[in-house]
Structures are given as C-alpha cells and as structure tokens.
Ligand binder design. Structure first.
Ligand SMILES: [Zn+2]
Length: 171
C-alpha cells in the first residue's frame, strides 16, 4: 500500500488491519497520523457551534450585491446641504477628514479673531489704550508746536529781510 492509498483508505474506513501495516512500515505516515490524532483530540474538546441558518444567505447577498453610485448633478444649494450633513456626521468620527477639519479650524479661528476685536476690554487693556491715546495726542501737539515755531521763524526772517532791503534802498 502506498502512502496515498493509505490515507484514502483511512478516510473511508478508519484504522483497519489492512492500513495498520502501512502505518507500522511507513515512518512518514506514522508521524502525520500521530499529529492528526493530537489535532483531532484538541478540536474534539471545542464546544460545538451551529451557525445561524441565515448566515450564508447574508454572506452571499453581500458578495453579489453591486453598489451603485449616483453622480448626477445636483443643484448648488442641495450640494451645500449635503456637505453640511456630511460634515456633521464626520464630527462623530475621529480623526476628522482633513479638508473639513481644516475648514472647521479656519472658521473657529475667524470667529475667535472677530471675538477678540469686538469683545469688551479688560480694565488693564482700557488703561493701556488710554495711555496710547494720550501719547499720540502729546506727539501731535508737539509736532503742531514745532510747525508753529518754524512758521514764525520764517516770518521773522522775511520781516528782517524786508527791513534790510528797505534800509538799503533808503540810502
Ligand atoms: Zn506512508
């Protein structure tokens, strides 16, 4: 009996006098047989589990199901509405889809900036702002005074120049 025949015989009839001799003669099959015996013993200890009747139906349904994707053009407002819907559904998913995540971050930062510039000032900020206004006013005042100074000096120069001209022409 060849190895192949032994296994065929064994599958059909189990161990018989006929195939037992092959097992005694063939070390290779003996080894495999011992391994199988161990395996069967181990598997035999598992509790039996019966799959629900509908399992295969469900699996085969999913395997054959073809998913159709519609890419028909939608009105713009509908598209926007769909995006908003999707956006809100993605809020439950971590991490956010990068593009929408970026949009949300942008929106939040815009709102935060807007809030920063329109919020009521704290007392420290109010004092700082008043100080700055006072400084600006002082600077402007000084520039104004300097301008007046310059103007009056020019006028003086002009006057004295005229006096010189007059005194010269009088001679
Ligand atoms: Zn063999």
């Amino acid at each position: 009996m060849k190895c192949e025949e032994f296994w065929k015989h064994y599958e059909e009839f189990g161990i018989t006098k006929e195939n037992e001799t092959h097992l005694l003669d063939c070390a290779k099959c003996r080894k495999e047989f011992e391994a199988e015996k161990v395996l069967l013993k181990a598997v035999g200890g598992f509790p039996e589990y019966k799959a629900p009747e509908t399992l295969w139906d469900r699996i085969s349904e999913e395997l054959t199901e073809t998913k159709t994707v519609t890419v028909a053009k939608r009105p713009f407002t509908e598209t926007i509405a769909a995006y908003v819907d999707e956006l809100f559904s993605w809020f439950q998913v971590v991490p956010l889809k990068p593009v929408f995540g970026a949009l949300v971050i942008m929106l939040v930062s815009v709102l935060a900036t807007q809030y920063y510039y329109t919020r009521p000032l704290t007392s420290v900020e109010k004092i700082a702002q008043e100080n700055k206004l006072a400084r600006d006013l002082e600077e402007t005042e000084q520039e104004y005074l300097a301008a007046i100074d310059k103007l009056s000096k020019l006028t003086e120069d002009k006057k004295s120049f005229r006096l010189i001209v007059l005194s010269v022409s009088a001679k």
